[in-house]
Design a protein around this ligand. Sequence first.
Ligand code: GLN
Length: 454
Amino acid sequence: AELTEACLTAIDAADALGAFVHKTPEKAMEQAKSADARGEGGALNGIPLGIKDLFCVRGVDSQAASRILEGFRPEYESTVTTKLWASGAVMLGKLNMDEFAMGSSNESSVYGDAVNPWKVDDRKLTPGGSSGGSATAVAADLCLGATGTDTGGSIRQPAAFTGITGLKPTYGRCSRFGIVAFASSLDQAGPMTKDVRDAAILLREMAGHDPLDSTSVDIAVPDFEAALTGDIKGKTIGLPKEYRVDGMPEEIDRLWSEGRQMLVDAGAKVVDVSLPHTKYALPTYYVIAPAEASSNLARYDGVRFGRRAVPDQGDGVTEMYEKTRAEGFGDEVKRRIMVGTYVLSAGFYDAYYNRARKVRTLIKRDFDEVFAQGVDAILTPTTPSAAFGLGEMAHADPVQMYLNDVFTVTVNLAGLPGISVPTGQGATGLPLGLQLIGRPFEEGDLLNVAYALE
Ligand code: GLN
């Protein structure tokens, strides 16, 4: 209860950071007191966490940072949060994010910006996105850990921008039940924490097969913390040459070399590898993700969930749908729905959507081949730059924003686990992260390599 009170006080004092968008202090104190009364329980007994607004929590506003879900309080609970409460965790509130998890800067949120606790002079910086509120909350010590979701980098990029650890598990490791769907074949929930050990502990409590999500995999959830031996002697780490992109800032290149050296010093063997289809990853992602989003978001029509626009005299049901969607969705969400509908339309389906699915298979095979050569993990930068200023990119060409995801989307397309570890600082003192990509369902091994980098 004392720990929870301290977090609640810190949260109230940090309103300017825009991290928590729905606070749940009563629920938190109730859960904290039961944790105290139990004395001991699950691994998370009494641990205060923040929950990304994409997760449905029974009776608590769950809006996916969208106007269209205003007033939506689910009757049911996501499987991931159900598991967290069963482990004794305490819920401090819901965390800011990009609308429907579409974005890389948290600037598409209906609640307004989340602000990176790191600053250069007086410039306000983005914490990244879409899990920007989660990253801010953990980095600013408002909670001990947070849930995030990652469709194309939304856990790893904000983790890198704020100097924390973020893990996207293998597709199928965590249940997606009760998490508002963006792109169902790419979405995964994962932990955002202060360090690798906390990520290992939190992942174990979030993961596991769930009959309510047919894509969750029935495979044992090991004790990931026990895998953290720090011993990576004899491990082979691959450095993919295609990730050395044009215009990569010198500080990112230097960080990558330093990371390589740290792994060599810890006894790993580092080899150059090739993932030849990497250059197609961004366009492939930005066909598949909007296609799935356009289909998933069709359910928001003003009838079943959230907010309905006030109809004009004489309006029929079609006008009601149109007004609700026009008022309820923000610009980026509308852009994705339009792109998605276009690539799925009868005349273009084969040229865009089907083509993207084929390229996705080639991207996945690149990774299969590298792992078949005996590589245990792949090391890359997490992002092509340090955190950028709020407002600097939001009004530019949307493609500029999409370029942020160049190192992260491949991992979702291939369904692999990926982790971002804070490993250095850029020229202006801002945190930078390196990404490690592992074999499917080998999060324990991946976390152990990350532990050596920390
Ligand atoms: N930035 C990417 C996008 O906008 C990824 C978002 C995510 O992982 N949810 O789609």
